[in-house]
Design a protein. Structure first.
Length: 324
């Protein structure tokens, strides 16, 4: 738990960044800063990606609702950029950090740096391989989500045929877990043959290009298993351009674009990751730590994915499952 003196030092540090003159201390902006509970830095990947945008905005809204000032930063999955941002926000007096990290293993040092400077870190979406550095690590249950999607895929394509796997980003442990979980289900069927596997980097365009190439060699596939939403949508774009409307595509993420594709019959199924709820809970637990010195929860926590098909796609909005 932080001392009153420590909190005052942090607030002064942030206020000093607002303006260079002493007169700025009495400005409305600085007064509002002094009235807040503290300053929260939210670091995520590219905000062009709807998943990262949803979690960042949800964390910010929760922080502000709880009386904090919050600012969003994008590290663009660059570990050097992430290190610089964390060093900067720590130096400016951040009271806490919500982080969707750039690389699980490479982020350990950056999280440790913040912790050693008395700035607690809550990890969301991606874990790090060490305990006791972050105060909480909130992630999606990728094993459950991928297994459920794979079983739904089998129910549609059957127990034989040829399929393709497009992974999302094998530098991301979440994507590795999804792929492994897919295969724990799919590999039980010896007559279901994977004829190609490529890492599409989690991007729609790369997935389309990969699928274009694969279709030239394997035009008779019956299905595509995609590691995330943009990859699934890229595969669909390629299949549409090739005039193949009977290939079953499944994915994981649950963006609004995926929801629409499910409703249109282009994407057979996906698993919606609860990005907003994950981010909100991360902020709730960071607040508990700042107020009481503990979260009241275990460090590692899993959030279930929600299987999305035509039957329930209308409930999806911004990575949140809503009752209509």
């Amino acid at each position: 738990m932080k001392t009153i003196a420590h909190q005052l030092v942090k607030k002064f540090s942030f206020a000093a960044c607002v303006g260079a003159s002493v007169l700025a201390i009495s400005s409305p902006a600085v007064q509002a800063q002094e009235d807040s509970k503290g300053n929260i830095a939210i670091l995520v990947n590219s905000l062009d990606n709807p998943y990262y945008s949803a979690e960042a905005n949800s964390a910010k809204a929760q922080a502000e609702e709880m009386g904090y000032k919050a600012r969003i930063y994008s590290h663009n999955e660059d570990v050097n950029r992430q290190r610089e941002l964390i060093s900067s926000v720590v130096g400016q007096g951040a009271d806490g950090i919500i982080l969707d990290n750039a690389d699980s293993s490479a982020s350990v040092a950056a999280v440790r740096y913040a912790t050693e400077h008395d700035v607690p870190v809550v990890l969301i979406n991606r874990e790090i391989p060490e305990d006791g550095i972050a105060i909480a690590q909130l992630t999606h249950n990728n094993v459950q989500a991928a297994s459920q999607v794979a079983q739904t895929f089998i129910e549609k394509v059957g127990e034989s045929g040829k399929y393709v796997e497009l992974t999302c980003n094998l530098a991301d442990n979440n994507c590795v877990t999804r792929s492994t979980s897919f295969h724990r289900v799919l590999d039980q069927y010896p007559d279901l043959q994977m004829v190609a596997r490529q890492d599409a980097g989690g991007e729609l365009l790369k997935a389309k290009q990969a699928m274009d190439s694969i279709l030239q060699e394997h035009p008779d596939i019956t299905g595509v298993v995609a590691g995330n939403g943009p990859v699934a949508l890229g595969a669909i774009a390629s299949l549409e351009a090739a005039g193949k409307s009977d290939v079953v595509v499944v994915g994981i993420d649950g963006s609004n674009d995926e929801r629409d594709a499910v409703q249109e019959g282009k994407l057979y199924a996906t698993a919606m990751l609860q990005a907003q709820e994950l981010a909100r809970q991360g902020m709730v637990q960071l607040d508990a730590w700042l107020e009481n010195g503990e979260t009241g929860q275990p460090e590692r926590q899993l959030f279930r994915g929600i299987l999305i098909t035509k039957d329930n796609a209308s409930h999806v909005n911004g990575f949140e499952y809503q009752d209509n």
